[in-house]
Ligand binder design. Sequence first.
Ligand code: BTN
Length: 319
Amino acid sequence: MKSKILEFLKTNEGYISGQELSDILGVSRTSIWKVINQLKAEGYGIESVSNKGYRLIDSPDILSKAEIQYDLKTTVLGKEIIVYNQVDSTNKQAKKLAIDGEKHGTVILAEEQLEGKGRRGRLWKSPPNKGIWLSIILRPDLHPSKASMLTLIAGLAVVHTINRYTKNQAFIKWPNDIIINEKKVSGTLTEMSSELDVINYVVVGIGVNVNTTDFDDEIKEIATSLANEEGKSFERALLVKGILESFEKFYDQFMVDKDLSHLINEYEDNCINVDKTVRVILDGQEKIGKAIGITKMGELRFVQASGEEMILNSGEVSV
Ligand code: BTN
């Protein structure tokens, strides 16, 4: 009901009365009044004028369930959203919830993570109220060997969303880092529980540095935020909606063939590595080559100076 009331307030130019809201939503005026007070407590500027009703003056940049679900154009993703103010890691919470049976498509968000996890055991700095720290629980009917492709789907969803709102162009660095002006703004950590041939659940964890402006010395040469690159702050809920909508669209396309055959062009068009020289570590050895694209399984194709084409299925590349 909260997201419905928010929707009416956001789409209504003038005042909307408690009576009108109660008639439309079929609930008492007291219930409406309670929700209005909750919204005010969350930071929404709502003007209440007797005999006129309520009017929204100002929306805070918060990641509430109501804010994200209002006007969210997905069919499955984000139908259930759990938001924490502070949490160790949304991936950790998502895994616990998945073990307890939480359904496909549930989204876990936090305003702050105390132990945000990056790839390769790294820490992911997740300061309060500045970024998007979200995890999606998925239960795909997929062979476990294909789950890593969901990471590329996340990369596509994030790059598309960012590019809708920024002047600078964002790119994917294979497999899923999102880069603006040669610095990283977003990364994905995909974790899975499976048996030999069945997936129990997958947790796709996405972190986006949105409004952070101060980075620690040890990462400030390689990390950035949308705010730093664009010189303005962003409404995080809008970006979350975009990520969920794009993720669902690409996920549905992916699940048709259970590979990336229909998304290769889309991915390569947004990938910073294509047609560039890359350094990769393969079997413990550094190799230098030119990236030429990805395979339908999401591996990086690159050609060495000798002309030999090689395929990299995991690891990191440096541009
Ligand atoms: C990377 O190293 O690039 C991956 C970073 C992934 C960070 C996100 S933030 C939300 C989710 N919860 C975590 O603990 N990690 C992921």
